[in-house]
Design a protein around this ligand. Structure first.
Ligand code: ADP
Length: 197
């Protein structure tokens, strides 16, 4: 296994693709912090911070938090010491504007991305999964209407990133259908190959 000292990764996929589950495993394997913008926002909402108050309504409605705010949070997070030797960003970037902001943040420290994992699943499958998760976790944005809205937001705002990262030869596409272990091993195989090359 080739674990490089500095591994900078993104994971992209529609809501319900299983990004969070896979992200924690990827981060552990490569020894890098897992940075989820969704988790950062939810933690702030729970703690009742100013940021939490600003974003809670948007998130509950399945809208995106404004780029400017999200960009600033991620840029700050990437400056923390544990991210110096790599990171896995989950849920960011989600818009073309965020891609450019991330480029600038990395360039400022002469850092570059190593790979972008795209977790592919079909829409009907993810809606079913999220409705199941709603019963278990009770996330405020897991109602059917909001789920469908989040899927549309993904199609409109986030799918353009796939082409962009393909052009940069960073994309590693993995089939997200199947059990968790199986998907994890597909990701590891694909990523190891990418990072070795
Ligand atoms: P999902 O599984 O729906 O993609 P996340 O936990 O990644 O869930 O995000 C939950 C919500 O947090 C999003 O619907 C959005 O409101 C907000 N959010 C997370 N990341 C971003 C981002 N990069 N830009 C804007 N909003 C974001």
């Amino acid at each position: 296994m080739s674990v490089t000292a500095q591994t900078r990764l993104l994971i992209v996929g529609p809501p319900g693709a299983g990004k969070g589950t896979q992200a924690s495993r990827i981060a552990e394997r490569y020894g890098i912090p897992w940075i989820s913008t969704g988790d950062i926002f939810r933690a702030n909402i729970k703690a009742g911070t100013d940021l939490g108050k600003r974003v809670s309504q948007l998130i509950e409605a399945g809208q995106l938090v404004p780029d400017e705010l999200t960009n600033e949070i991620v840029a700050d997070r990437l400056k923390q010491e544990d991210a110096a030797n790599g990171f896995l960003l989950d849920g960011y970037p989600r818009t073309v504007d965020q891609v450019h902001a991330l480029d600038r943040a990395l360039e400022a420290d002469a850092r570059v991305l190593d790979a972008v994992v795209l977790l592919e699943v079909d829409t009907d499958e993810v809606v079913t999964r999220l409705l199941g998760r709603a019963e278990v976790e009770g996330r405020a944005d897991d109602t059917e209407e909001v789920i469908r809205h989040r899927q549309n937001v993904y199609q409109e705002q986030t799918t353009p990133l796939v082409e962009l990262y393909t052009t940069r030869d960073l994309l590693v596409t993995v089939d997200g259908l199947g059990d968790v272990e199986e998907v994890t091993s597909r990701i590891f195989t694909a990523l190891d190959t990418k990072l070795a090359g």
